[in-house]
Design a protein around this ligand. Structure first.
Ligand code: TPP
Ligand code: MG
Length: 361
């Protein structure tokens, strides 16, 4: 046996745009002006959608949903480098990425209001529906990536999961399987510090989750998840390596869950608000706006215009949702099993009778 001490490996940490909107020397990516402005619009649209959804939920128009305040850059950065041929497997908090990938917003409103029409990915969008069973979608994502290998396709899969999901055994299996088989997959662990009420320190004995990738032989990197430039560059590099046959990458995107876990949650009962405060200064949108202004790409009036255009777009989608979402209470047993068990069939008949008795269509 070779008794040379084992190199514990090296985790690169990437930040391009610091908290003050300053570029770290020599790291500015070559993105054209139109792309930078499109990225900015994507960030603002994501936040606007999030805020409108929260209001609609509080007014009783929306079901439970998982806000993504503060995680906008992290989410967009993981899909900006993807082509329409690449695949994306989101988590329940990924609606910013889904909008970027082409999910119409009225479709997403339907999804979160509980209309089954909102769940399937729109035609032509190579995304999977998300799974609420945390971590369960990561192995199937590797399977799809393996399929690309078998079919000799030079595309990749990006799969998103949280710091909490990383504790699920299936995620470890997925990393190992992908590494051994050089599956073209980019694992993006969105480390927002919390898994509902469980802080990272109770989830992991290591500060960084990226170190786990080294044990599987997966190139791994820790990225400032509130820096859209760093996220885009890291995912682009990983996606290119995957498409070229270089196998998987693990990206730990460090961010923070500024808001509620879901609208069914109240973090004030388990989280000291003082922990949230420092992250206000790390706002991913603000720092990108400082950068765009310093490049002369936009000014205060231009920012105001983007905000009001995004709001109008979201309100139009909300109207579309209101006009087309029609509750069909008679369908609630129809989309789960191909054939109902005798017990469920009996429940269905009893339920339909109640609707009949009350004159519900
Ligand atoms: C297998 C499983 N166990 C428990 C839950 C309940 N649950 C829903 S979200 C969540 C926390 C997930 O945290 P994380 O993976 O960090 O993602 P985040 O919500 O922070 O985006 C838990 C425990 C679940 N959905 N699935
Ligand atoms: Mg989390």
């Amino acid at each position: 046996m070779d008794t040379t001490p084992i190199d514990p490996g090296h985790i690169e940490v990437l930040q391009i745009l610091d908290e003050h909107g300053q570029i770290r020397e020599g790291l500015e990516p070559a993105l054209d002006d139109a792309t930078l402005l499109k990225m900015h619009r994507g960030l603002v649209l994501t936040r606007t959608f999030d805020q409108r959804m929260l209001t609609m939920q509080r007014q009783g128009e929306m079901g439970t949903f998982a806000p993504n305040l503060g995680q906008e850059a992290c989410q967009l950065g993981q899909v900006i480098p993807l082509t329409e041929h690449d695949w994306y497997s989101p988590s329940y908090r990924s609606f910013g990425a889904q909008i970027w990938r082409g999910w119409p917003m009225d479709h997403l409103f339907k999804l979160w209001a509980g209309y089954h029409e909102g769940f399937p990915p729109p035609p032509g969008v190579n995304d999977l529906p998300f799974s609420i069973v945390i971590g369960s979608h990561v192995l199937p994502a590797v399977g799809i990536a393996m399929g690309m290998n078998y079919q000799d396709k030079s595309h990749c899969m990006v799969v998103n999961f949280g710091d909490g999901a990383f504790s699920q055994g299936a995620v470890s299996e997925a990393l190992n399987f992908a590494a051994v088989n050089a599956a073209p997959v980019v694992f993006v662990c969105e480390n927002n510090g919390w898994a509902i009420s469980t802080p990272l320190a109770k989830q992991s004995a290591t500060d960084s989750l990226a170190v786990r990738g080294l044990g599987y032989g997966v190139p791994s990197i820790r990225v400032d998840g509130n820096d859209i430039l760093a996220m885009t560059v890291a995912v682009d590099e990983a996606a290119q390596r995957a498409r070229a046959g270089g196998g998987p990458t693990l990206i730990e995107a460090v961010t923070f869950r500024m808001s509620l876990h879901t609208t069914a949650d109240d973090p004030t009962v388990y989280r000291d608000e003082a922990l949230v405060e420092p992250w206000n200064a790390r706002c991913p949108i603000h720092r990108f706006e400082v950068y765009l202004k310093s490049k002369g790409l936009i000014d205060e009036a231009g920012l105001e215009q983007v905000r009001s255009e995004c709001d109008a777009e979201v309100l139009e989608a909300r109207q579309q949702f209101r006009d087309t979402a029609i509750a069909k209470p008679r369908e609630i047993f129809d989309h789960i099993y191909g054939q109902l068990s005798p017990e469920l069939e009996a429940q269905k008949q009893a339920y339909l009778k109640r609707l009949d008795d009350r004159g519900v269509e």
